[in-house]
Design a protein around this ligand. Sequence first.
Ligand SMILES: Cc1cc2nc3c(=O)[nH]c(=O)nc-3n(C[C@H](O)[C@H](O)[C@H](O)COP(=O)(O)OP(=O)(O)OC[C@H]3O[C@@H](n4cnc5c(N)ncnc54)[C@H](O)[C@@H]3O)c2cc1C
Length: 381
Amino acid sequence: MLPHRPIYDPEHALFRDTVRRFAADEIAPHFQRWEADGIVDRSYWAKGGATGLLCPLVPEAYGGIGADFRFNAVILEELWYAGFAGPAADFSVHSDVCCGYLLSYGSEEQKQKWLPRMVSGETICAIAMTEPGTGSDLRGIRTKALRDGDEYVINGQKTFISNGQMCDLVIVVTRTAREEGSQSFSLILVETDRPGFRRGRNLDKLGHHSADTSEMFFDDVRVPVGNLLGTEGRAMAQLMSELSQERLTIAIQSLASAQKAFDITCDYVKERTAFGKPIGDMQNTRFKLADLKADLAVGWSFIDQCLAKHVEGKLDSTDASIAKLWITEMHGRLVDQCLQFFGGYGFMREYEICRLFADARVLRIYGGTSEIMRELVSRSL
Ligand SMILES: Cc1cc2nc3c(=O)[nH]c(=O)nc-3n(C[C@H](O)[C@H](O)[C@H](O)COP(=O)(O)OP(=O)(O)OC[C@H]3O[C@@H](n4cnc5c(N)ncnc54)[C@H](O)[C@@H]3O)c2cc1C
């Protein structure tokens, strides 16, 4: 079970029940099909919007509920604990990542136009930083947007973009100056029905099968200068300020999923017998599970510290990077050990632990790899 934590108020507990019911009624019946199809139904988004699960931070003036980030955390915890990484990742990129950029940097007109539609699920949002030639080092981005009168003309290519097949709106990280330097990049909103925008393949992944992840191509895509998000040349600073929330988000995903792997393993070792007794009675099993339980307890405690700071607007890049680094690495070790307790059954796709193992791997990669987290933490030494 997810631990009970004092960081949450009674209103979060009520909301948690709603999310849990949504997972049981609106994801569970379709999940196997979505995993096989490599994508969720579009109606999943509308249902998520109608249930209040999209973009909780959006103020009432733009159609939202103006909640604090703990509501985002409740959605993350429940959907990842339920084992629905793909559909959960879809919502998370939209609500926890893209929405933050519009809230922080959107003009009044952009907020009025996009936020109500993002809250309802009518508009699905993606963010495109990564390119085939560069991921960790965003200064290697080649996609460019050059001014032509009142328009930007965008050319380039992106890859690994979450919600890539289904999105209607993409926040594109692009060069807007010919010279090198951190002031050369900007964020530009691109509607996916613009001429010259093309989606590539829905990529075949190790895990998160129901989440669509894809390539994108921009061939002379023209957008009005009004689609610039924030100030021209400020993309790197904008990314730096928003990435802390993304990293906290991934740490929460990871911890909830680790808790699930741990819980189903505890159940399994009580039932499975070898040498005349449950494998859970063996000292090796008890000691290893005790270590994992301690890891989880430490993880939840640090997450709550970070959550409290974030709600107050005080989470810094170092703490967010520590949370992502330590929790996702711990999760990797934990889910590997849990799978080991299932023996050969752990390797079988029909066992949930097998999917949890596969789904865990990317958490150490996306949103900044563990190595990049170490770089960021080391800057505070
Ligand atoms: C399922 C999935 C969803 C994703 N969703 C999105 C999305 O929605 N939008 C988006 O823009 N991107 C997305 N990504 C991309 C993701 O953020 C990148 O894959 C990630 O940042 C790593 O970049 P890369 O793959 O180019 O690896 P590289 O940058 O090529 O890194 C390769 C290896 O080199 C290491 N390395 C790099 N630099 C250093 C260094 N300075 N010191 C030590 N080691 C280093 C890395 O840690 C890694 O181990 C997604 C990726 C996946 C797999």
